[in-house]
Design a protein around this ligand. Sequence first.
Ligand SMILES: Cc1cc2nc3c(=O)[nH]c(=O)nc-3n(C[C@H](O)[C@H](O)[C@H](O)COP(=O)(O)OP(=O)(O)OC[C@H]3O[C@@H](n4cnc5c(N)ncnc54)[C@H](O)[C@@H]3O)c2cc1C
Length: 492
Amino acid sequence: MTTSPKVLIAGAGPVGLTLANELARHGVSVRIVDKAGERTDKSKALVMWSRTLELFDDAGYVDKFLPAGMVAHGAQISTGKEVVARISFDSLDSRYPYALMIPQSETERVLEEQLAARGVTVERLVELSGFDEEGDKVDAAIKKANGETETVSADWLIGCDGAHSTVRHGLGFAFEGSTQQSDWVLADGYLSGLEPKDRIHIFWHRDGILAFFPIGSERWRVVADLGPVTSEARHTDQTLAEVQALLTQRGSPGITMSDPVWLAAFRINERKVKDYRRGRVFLAGDAAHIHSPAGGQGMNTGMQDAFNLAWKLKMVIAGTAKSSLLDSYSVERSAIGEIVLRNAGRMTDAAILRNPIAQGLRNAVVKFAAGFPILQHAVADQLSELKLAYPMSPLTAKNDHASHAGHGPKPGMRWPDRLPGDAAGRTFTALGPKDVVTALAEKFPKLVMPVSADDPAHAGALRLIRPDGYVGFVGSGADQEHAESYLAGISA
Ligand SMILES: Cc1cc2nc3c(=O)[nH]c(=O)nc-3n(C[C@H](O)[C@H](O)[C@H](O)COP(=O)(O)OP(=O)(O)OC[C@H]3O[C@@H](n4cnc5c(N)ncnc54)[C@H](O)[C@@H]3O)c2cc1C
C-alpha cells in the first residue's frame, strides 16, 4: 500500500486504534502502522471507566465492548482485619454506572475488528523511524519487516506510539517527571477464596498494598508493592510461589492463586510532555503522559485524547472549521493530563506508606471520610472521569449567560445524555428553543444540528454541545447572537 492518507497514526495500541476508528467514522482517510507483529495478548489496562464508555456509546459501538468485559460495582479497602472504606459505582450519574473490567487484549481486539469493518487494516511490522514537516505535509519514513522503506506523505501525523514514542523523540519534547523508587509485582491468574467477585479489593497491609481486580470467571489481576528499590536493576518477574506468599501474608485467609496467565515486575513512571502538538504533529496517550496504574486512568485518558482530537481534525480537514480549532487540543488535554497524573500519584503515595504511624492516620482518616456518602461519590466521580471538564479551554465560552440558563452543565462540562443524531456526521448539537436552534443551523449548516429542547429540565436554555459531548456555550433563548459569535469563532 503506498497511498498518502490525510492522517498517519504511528502505533496501534488502544489509543491509536480509538483514534483510527474515530477518524474513519468521520470519513477521514487514515493509515495506521505498528511495529509489533501482533496486538497485545496481555490484560494490561483492565478498566474502562464510565466516561470512556459514554464516548464509545456516542460513537455508536459501545455494545461491542460490553459482552467482552464484566461489570465491577465498586471497590473496598480493608486492612485485613477490617473494611475501612467501601466505594460504590452504582450511583454514578452516568448511562454506565460501573467500571467495565475488560483486558486490554480484548479492548484492542474489539477496536481492531471495528476498524477493519470500516475498511482500515492495521499495517503491522511497520515502524515509523522518523519524519519531516515540510510546508503543509509531514513526510514520514516507515520501515517494513522485509527491510523495505517508504515515505508516507500525510497532512497530519499522530504519535500514539506509547511511552517510548519515536514521534515524541522526533519532536524533541521533554518527557518531564520521574521514576518512582519502588518495585511492584503484577500477577494475572485464577483465584479462589475472594468475595465478593464484582468488586475491586484493596488491602492496606503494614508491609504494603495488595490489590485485586476482577477479570471474570475466577480470573483476577493482583498488584502489590514490594517496597523501595534495592538496586538499579529491574526486579525479576515473580514466581507463583512468591505471589502466593504475598497473598497469604497481606490478604484475607484462604486466598489462593493458580494457573497464572502473566507474572511481571514493574516500576511506576510519572511523566508528561508540556505540549501535545507542534505544527502538523500531535501526541496522544502514553506518548504524551504516563503515570501510576492506580485508579486505572492511563488508557482511559489516552482514549479520551483520541476522542478530543478526532472531531477537530475532521472539521479542519473538511474545511468546516478554522485550523485554530486544533489549538484547543493541547490546551485541553494537557490540563487533563496534569490532573490525572496528580490524582494517580496521590493514590499511589497513600497506598505505599510504610511508616506505621502514617499508616494508622491514613486508615483512620479514610474510614472517617468513607462514612460520608458525598466523599464516597467524590472518589467514584474522580475514578470514572465523569467530572473532568475544560473550564479554561479557548473552546469554552466565557460569558455570564450561563447564569440565566437555569440548571444543567455549565460551559466546559460534560453533557450527560446520549448525543442525538447520526454518529457518523456528528456536528455541534444546538439544544434550545426551536426557532433559535433552527436559525443557528440555517446560518451554520455544516457546524450545527438543531434539537429543540422538549425536556422541561432544559427549557429556556440554549446550549451548544460539542461533538465529543462537552458543552461549549450556554445561554438562554435570548442569547442567539452570542451563540452565533461563538460559532463564527470556529467556522471556516
Ligand atoms: C501493568 C499495567 C497495568 C495497567 N493498568 C491500567 C488500567 O487498569 N487502566 C488504564 O487505563 N491503564 C492501565 N495501564 C496503562 C495502559 O496499558 C496504557 O496507558 C495504554 O496501553 C496506553 O495505550 P497507548 O495506545 O497510548 O500506548 P501502547 O499501548 O503502548 O501502544 C503503543 C503502540 O505503538 C507501537 N509503536 C511504538 N513505537 C512505534 C513506532 N516507532 N512505529 C510504529 N509503532 C510503534 C507499539 O508496538 C504499540 O503497539 C496499565 C499499564 C500496565 C503496564
